[in-house]
Ligand binder design. Structure first.
Ligand code: MN
Length: 289
């Protein structure tokens, strides 16, 4: 759709630092890049993790993620290319295809698997972990598949297209809204030379991840496969991106929870005692009851 809403900014945020991420493997041996790692959790509160995966070598992804637990947060999986089958302990099941999002609220507990449903070709996408406030960490688990057709899309001037997965952009509300952390998750496609503006409250933490081409933010270039952490500046009311070549980027922002973060693998709680309880519940088979 097109929009008449005009967005202007007084001043764009600058880049605080750029992060290339750590090559790692997870699940049964899926190769990925952990872009938002544990040492950045406080800085990027309420976001706990961002993994990027992009490979056309089946041996990098074919083993998938066999059943494993989560407690205390939400996982957002966004597929750029490929097909993954999801099954979980709430009875949820879905096929996640190119352009689709899966928004899983692990909350008090879920056990799920994510397995490739392809034997060759490109598998590309992201998984973002979004924290829950202490008072909702032990609510029932929930799971939602959002097919490509249900993600609102903006067409702006200069051929810029924006898929609004969460939050709102240029007057268009996204597929998901969350009151506690107000997450913004945009997939922005920019032709070379085009610009895009997005208001962001100065107190919200924000990152840009480039996954095609390169963009410029406040005069600094961000290349492919790189995350830029945007500085929190009380005088900056958003971010301005300019594409230096045809580019695609994720823009992620959210309101910090400012609560203690305790993580052990797939469990993210507020205290060590709550982590021990999560491990005991998993051992006893009651985590996902
Ligand atoms: Mn998982």
């Amino acid at each position: 759709m097109s929009t008449q809403t005009r967005t202007v900014l007084a001043r764009s945020r600058t880049i605080e630092r750029q992060v290339a991420g750590m090559p790692t493997s997870d699940g049964a041996g899926v190769r990925l890049t952990r872009v938002l790692t544990q040492p950045l959790q406080r800085r990027l509160d309420p976001f706990l993790m961002l993994d990027a995966f992009r490979s056309d070598r089946p041996e990098d992804y074919i083993a998938g993620f066999p059943p494993h637990p989560h407690r205390g947060f939400e996982t957002i999986t966004y597929m750029i290319a490929g097909r993954m089958r999801h099954r979980d302990s709430t009875g949820g099941e879905g096929l996640l295809e190119s352009g689709a999002v899966q928004w899983m609220t692990a909350a008090r507990g879920i056990i799920h698997s994510e397995m490739p449903e392809q034997e060759d070709g490109l598998m590309e996408g992201f998984q973002l972990w979004l924290n829950l406030p202490a008072r909702t960490k032990m609510q029932p688990a929930a799971y939602r598949d959002i097919p490509r057709s249900e993600i609102p899309e903006l067409s702006l001037e200069d051929g810029v297209r924006v898929r609004v997965i969460a939050g709102a952009s240029h007057g268009l509300g996204g597929a998901v809204e969350r009151p506690d952390t107000e997450p913004l998750l945009l997939d922005i496609h920019l032709p070379a030379g085009a610009a895009f503006l997005q208001p962001i409250p100065p107190t919200h933490n924000a990152i840009v991840y480039v996954y095609r081409g390169e963009v410029s933010i406040a005069g600094e270039t961000v290349p492919d496969a790189r995350m830029a952490i945007l500085a929190n500046d009380a005088n900056a009311d958003g971010v301005a991106l300019t594409a230096r070549s045809d580019a695609r980027v994720l823009l992620v922002a959210g309101r910090p929870l400012d609560e203690a973060i305790a993580q052990y693998g797939p469990f993210v709680m507020n205290t060590q005692a709550e982590l021990e309880q999560a491990m005991a519940d998993y051992r006893d088979g009651t985590l996902a009851d």
